[in-house]
Ligand binder design. Structure first.
Ligand code: URA
Length: 208
């Protein structure tokens, strides 16, 4: 199944269609498609890179170490994950086997492009007013082009359809930082970016 051939309907249908996606070769080695998760209509959508090892096995986004980091940061930013739609730019796990371990590989532009219609269709159903792109792969999918994180992070950016986006780092980046102080500093910046999202949504809710 190629994602662009079918109109958006509802998340259940999209999830079922995405389960058979063959738009790029990543389905061959992955356990399953890891589709987005969350309320079917909600103002905030979070976009990550791709499922990791744990997500590939569980079939759910952000349930492994990066997910735990994300949950903690959302909590500290005052955002309830249950009210957020959480998805990934690429919906199959890309990895290379190294003994018993499956080593994460960054998706390439062709894979991001092939998967983008699923993100677009999720957005068409969920209709978030704000999308948070976490990391370079998410930013490339959300904006449809390579979008450097540091130059663009931390402020609202208009999307062509009236919604807005915020770019920030990926929680895995925080996990990988070897220096404890840098990790603490970057974690705080990540929370600040999420707080911008939270306060923007509160402003919109008050104005409605
Ligand atoms: N990293 C991601 O980008 N997404 C997940 O679901 C898990 C780890």
């Amino acid at each position: 199944m190629t994602p662009s051939l079918f109109a958006a309907t509802d998340l259940k249908t999209l999830r079922r269609e995405a389960a058979d996606c063959r738009a790029c070769p990543l389905w061959k080695d992955a356990t399953q498609t890891v589709f987005g998760e969350g309320p079917s209509h909600t103002p905030l959508m979070l976009v990550g890179e791709q499922p990791g090892d744990k997500e590939d096995l569980a079939g759910k986004p952000f349930v492994g170490p990066a997910g735990q980091m994300l949950d903690r940061a959302l909590d500290e930013a005052g955002i309830d994950r249950k009210k957020v739609y959480v998805t990934n730019a690429v919906k199959h796990f890309k990895f290379v086997p190294r003994g018993k371990i499956r080593l994460h590989q960054k998706p390439n532009t062709a894979e991001i492009k092939a998967c983008r219609p699923w993100y677009e269709r999720e957005r068409a159903v969920v209709k978030p007013v704000l999308v948070v792109a976490m990391g370079a792969t998410a930013a490339q999918s959300v904006f449809g082009k390579i979008t450097p994180i540091n130059k663009n992070r931390g402020h609202l950016i208009d999307l062509h359809d009236g919604a807005q986006a915020i770019v920030t780092v990926h929680p895995s980046y925080l996990l990988r930082l070897p220096d404890k102080d840098a990790r603490a500093r970057e974690y705080q910046r990540f929370i600040e970016d999420l707080k911008i999202a939270g306060s923007h949504l509160r402003k919109i809710a008050r104005a409605a």
